[in-house]
Write a new protein. Structure first.
Length: 371
């Protein structure tokens, strides 16, 4: 039976509970699978804002080849500490100097940006590695895979710049267009790798075949030959492959839990009275008439997390909605009798975890329990 946590004077809520042992087991499971599939491992640190406790574990793991992030501010915290560092989001012109200083590798698609990186690398007397992005149809970053002349021209430009190294090619799938990685579309990427090697006699290079949504292809032995790297975020932190949303065997989905305190309990109607318009976020809410409902108000809101990604550990509780600073729960069917000052705990989706780590008002609490 689920038991609520009672208030302790030393505790401050909301609190994000981080189970380091479960994270460690997730890391061991996913890196073993990816390595057995013939790929190097790039762990993406953005979902946990490159928290120093978690990145320390990654830095100490011999199975992790690269640490990657979309924010150069996060990369700064672990640059020069023993792993190759990768900027995943295309560099902004305002951050070129920091990209060269802190990221050994950056993903790029604009030749003009590449030329700026080369000039800054020359100024800093460094060699910077470029991974060129090819769009396989998900329609986010990269040159479209049918633009042969432009892709060949971009690679030729990179190869001709003295302070840059052409390090490889990559694609992104599922993040915007929700295109599922398959053998047929990833084969286009590995085909491009072959064409580039043949045309420019480059030798082997990184061919990064996507993120946690490509993980299932290794499990099914369907990852195309030539793909030699995967970028893992959600597979590591929550044990999910993200093509179909399945749990990866021998991983944990509750590595992070969020705990918030009850500040009010009242029985009220389930439908607002009076004319309604839009809420504080510009949405027109829809309410189901369930009669009178026992409602708990929590000191947790949209500024702290994504309420749609919260699942109460007490299965008798339903999330009704949230404003910027409050979460409203229906506790009519809760497993225990709650009082003001008690806390409620939730498991989190990827989006809810990302926002909780980003939130300045959420305290982080680490545990090292053996499971």
């Amino acid at each position: 039976m689920f038991m609520a946590n009672s208030m302790k004077n030393t505790e401050v809520f909301p609190a994000l509970l981080i189970d380091m042992e479960k994270l460690r087991q997730n890391l061991e499971t996913v890196t073993r699978t990816v390595k057995n599939g013939g790929c190097s491992v790039m762990i993406v640190t953005k979902s946990f804002c490159a928290d120093s406790r978690i990145t320390r574990m990654l830095l100490e793991s011999p199975a992790v080849d690269y640490l990657a992030d979309s924010r150069i501010q996060n990369i700064k915290t672990y640059s020069g500490k023993g792993k190759e560092t990768v900027l995943l989001r295309l560099p902004q012109r305002c951050e070129i100097e920091d990209v060269i200083r802190y990221a050994g590798i950056s993903f790029n698609s604009e030749v003009s940006t590449v030329e700026l990186l080369n000039a800054e690398a020359e100024r800093q007397n460094r060699i910077h590695k470029i991974v060129f992005m090819i769009d396989l149809g998900d329609l986010r970053e990269g040159l479209y895979y049918t633009e042969d002349k432009r892709i060949f021209s971009a690679v030729e430009t990179i190869l001709g710049l003295k302070n840059l190294q052409f390090y490889g090619i990559a694609c992104n799938l599922t993040c915007y267009g929700a295109v599922i990685p398959k053998n047929d579309n990833l084969s286009i990427l590995s085909g491009w790798a072959k064409r580039i090697r043949e045309k420019f006699d480059t030798g082997p290079f990184l061919v990064s075949g996507g993120n946690s949504s490509s993980y299932y292809l290794i499990e099914k032995n369907k990852l195309p030959d030539g793909i030699n790297n995967l970028r893992l975020g959600e597979a590591f932190i929550l044990g999910n492959e993200t093509a179909y949303g399945s749990r990866i065997k021998n991983t944990f989905g509750d590595t992070f839990t969020l705990e918030a305190q009850i500040i009010e309990i009242q029985t009220k109607p389930s439908v607002p009275e009076g004319e309604t318009g839009v809420d504080a976020f510009g949405n027109a809410p829809v309410f189901q008439d369930m009669g009178m409902v026992k409602r708990a108000l929590l000191a947790l809101g949209r500024q702290d997390t994504d309420p749609t990604g919260l699942t109460p550990c007490d299965t008798g509780i339903n999330v009704l909605g949230a404003s910027s600073d409050h979460l409203i729960l229906d506790i009519s069917g809760a497993e225990k009798r709650y009082s003001v000052g008690d806390t409620v705990r939730f498991t989190l989706s990827y989006g809810a975890a990302l926002r909780a780590f980003t939130g300045a008002y959420v305290r982080r609490v680490f545990t090292e329990q053996r499971h």
